[in-house]
Design a protein around this ligand. Structure first.
Ligand code: GUN
Length: 285
């Protein structure tokens, strides 16, 4: 079998186009949706991610601000910036790129972001709303994965889904979204015994481990849908996912490529969350 490719670039472009139309409509009513992105330190991957996020905003007609600070920024100075953005009426979404330097308490920073502007969906109040089935913002990467499954007409109700990686950013919210859509979900981690036993029982496998090519075709059930959230740079400079694409594509029915799969969807869903935040701010006026 050779799997169908799930094209994140194409799907993200159509979502961004829809966001651009909604942004234009809102701007015409006097509210230009605005996103502030904060990055602290010089991690090269984070720098690329934040630049891509801001560029996507500009292209869709959203107002965006990129605030880049040195790794020596104090926690208090960062909290002050977040509080100022909370009070700024031109800003509807605030994103603080993770990871933050070790001297800064990420949890405290996230909790300081106003829940109504938390377009990452990481605030405990947003995590709680997601858990109780009333999400305000769905975290962007898992939200993008759901859109990809939807676009491929993957039957989620009744499916067995296995997620590898239990982070707050991807794995945990992914559980809630898949289980709300009717899947039976198992979440595995780096200590899971006989990981392949779990993955070989899954109709849908979502891999977010940060370990290059750790899931190969022998661990995939024939006909399963494989979503690769990982993006790793190999010593030769090439990018690869957490899934061994070449062997997995021979077994899966559909698979996301890396790059060009989940990555562009994360950005598209960030724009969706920002426009929704702005629309809610307009409705509350
Ligand atoms: N670091 C890796 N992914 C993300 C994300 O989706 N949002 C933020 N804020 N930081 C990240």
């Amino acid at each position: 079998m050779t799997a169908r490719l799930i094209d994140g670039v194409k799907l993200a472009a159509s979502i961004r186009e829809e966001v651009a139309q909604r942004a234009a409509a809102l701007t015409a009513k006097g509210i230009q949706p605005g996103l502030a992105v904060i990055v602290v330190g010089s991690d090269p991957a984070s720098q690329v991610y934040v630049r891509n996020k801001v560029a996507a905003c500009e292209k869709a007609g959203l107002h965006s601000v990129l605030e880049a600070y040195p790794a020596t920024m104090t926690q208090e100075a960062l909290l002050d910036r977040v509080r100022a953005l909370n009070a700024d009426p031109k800003i509807h979404g605030i994103l603080v790129q993770l990871p933050l330097p070790a001297h800064i308490d990420s949890h405290l920073v996230i909790e300081t972001i106003a829940a109504a502007k938390d377009v990452d969906g990481f605030h405990v109040s947003n995590a709680g709303l997601l858990m109780t089935g009333k999400p305000l913002f769905r975290p962007c990467t898992p939200y993008g994965v759901m859109k990809m499954l939807e676009s491929e007409h993957v039957e989620i109700r009744g499916a067995v889904a296995v997620i590898i990686g239990a982070s707050n950013i991807v794995g945990k919210p992914m559980v809630m979204l898949l289980q709300s859509a009717g899947a039976t979900v198992t979440i595995c981690n780096s200590k899971t015994r006989d990981l392949g036993w779990h993955t070989r029982h899954a109709d849908i496998v979502v891999v977010a481990t940060g370990k290059p090519r750790m899931i190969d075709g022998s661990m995939i059930k024939p006909g399963a849908v494989v979503i690769d959230v990982g993006i790793n740079r190999l010593p030769d400079g090439k990018l690869c996912g957490d899934v061994d694409f070449e062997s997995a594509k021979e077994v899966a029915s559909a698979i996301t490529p890396v790059p060009g799969g989940v990555g562009p969807m994360t950005i598209a869903m960030l724009l969706v969350n920002t426009i929704e935040a702005a629309e809610r701010a307009y409705a509350a006026k």
